[in-house]
Write a protein that binds this ligand. Structure first.
Ligand code: NAP
Length: 341
């Protein structure tokens, strides 16, 4: 069978102001480069769409360099090797890596490449972008390493029905905590409680968060895993306990601001309660991912852990699919299907 000759990719055309628009992307086509020694060719099957991608489109200092104008948009992905000139991987192997928003990835796969082999027999491929992938690792290490909850404590997590949130809550339940989610809408709240086993969920679009926290966290909040920032973070700060731990994982409510970020005005609650607020970046734990994968895979195998993906079909839908994250339209980890296996 002759190998496909052309690639298709989304490149960053302009730095967005506020929500990204179609004008911020350029869909390009180019010939595939010949394979060099040490490289593999990967057919991209599923792309991970992540809130962090919005940050990577901005100029300025961050935990990772911005995507350059004209560059293929950075994205985590899973795919299958179709050709190899590396001893590490063979055609037919399934890999996970930062393959970008494109149909084909060609690159070197040395130990530092971040490209790893995954086992589709353990979990379906989209789950390798969720519970067994970057969001799962964020939840596992953010909660256990920074949040450090102990049995009997109360853990609150926002964006609870999303990729990171659903794993945070389930890990906390496995650790014996009382778990309260915050999510947008009755369906998401029902899922979090009835399917994932959280103790309660506050619908921030319907109810009052302060009232909900008072009702569902009668003993206060020991760990708050913050995925959204803004007003929700500020409100949770009013309910924290002595020595509480606030994990600053993300602030999706602020990513498309065209004005200044809304910071927590209730921060003196940290002083009063001798509490700690600490940021985390999942990539710092890259060397320990196998540890996190092993634990979460064990719970999956035992049937005591769930995952949910929201799959959108077609590379051409990338610009509109990405926006779903900021409108709460994804129900589960948002994944873009690029090709059939
Ligand atoms: N620090 C790290 O290393 C790291 C790694 C991965 C992810 N993160 C962060 O973790 C957070 C969750 O990421 P994810 O991949 O799991 O996404 P996700 O939760 O699967 O999807 C995003 C969800 O955020 C909620 N949301 C959107 N706009 C909101 C707003 N204005 N106010 C409140 N909620 C809003 C929506 O849920 P509702 O319908 O419930 O509103 C939406 O479905 C993000 O902030 C992301 O940047 C950080």
């Amino acid at each position: 069978m002759s190998e496909v000759q052309t690639n298709q990719q989304f490149r960053l055309a302009a730095r967005p102001v506020g929500l990204p628009t179609d004008a911020d992307w350029q869909l390009t086509e180019e010939a595939l480069a010949p394979l060099e020694d040490g490289q593999v060719r990967v057919k991209v099957l599923y792309l991970s769409l992540d809130p962090a991608m919005r940050g990577w489109m901005n100029e300025g200092k961050s935990y990772i360099r911005p995507v350059a104008i004209g560059e293929v948009m950075r994205a985590g992905a899973v795919g299958v090797v179709t050709a190899s000139r590396s001893p590490r991987f063979q055609p037919g192997d399934h890999l996970s890596g930062a393959f970008g928003v494109q149909r084909w990835w060609t690159g070197a796969v040395d130990e530092n490449s971040g490209v790893v082999k995954i086992d589709p027999a353990l979990a379906p491929l989209p789950a390798w972008l969720n519970v067994l992938g970057m969001p799962g690792m964020t939840a596992w290490f953010g909660l256990t390493d920074i949040g450090q909850p102990t049995a009997g404590e109360t853990v609150v997590v926002s964006a609870a029905a999303g990729a990171v949130g659903m794993t945070v809550g389930q890990v906390a339940k496995h650790l014996g905590c009382r778990v309260v989610g915050i999510a947008g809408g009755a369906d998401k709240c029902r899922f979090v409680v009835e399917e994932l086993g959280f103790d309660a969920c506050i619908d921030y679009k319907e109810g009052n968060i302060a009232t909900g926290l008072k009702q569902h966290c009668p003993n206060g909040v020991d760990v708050y895993f913050d995925n959204v920032g803004g007003e929700i973070l500020d409100t949770v700060l009013t309910r924290i306990n002595m020595k509480a731990r606030i994990v600053i994982c993300g602030a999706i409510s602020q990513y498309n601001n065209t004005t200044r970020v809304t910071g927590p005005s209730n921060y003196l609650s940290l002083l009063v309660n001798r509490a700690r607020m600490e940021g985390m970046v999942v990539f710092d734990y890259a060397a320990r991912y196998p540890e996190g994968v092993a634990r979460l895979a064990q719970w999956l195998r035992e049937g005591s852990f769930k995952h949910r993906e929201h799959v959108v079909d077609g590379l051409e839908n990338f610009p509109s699919a990405l926006l779903m994250l900021f409108e709460g339209k994804n129900f589960g980890k948002l994944v873009l299907k690029v090709a059939d296996a």
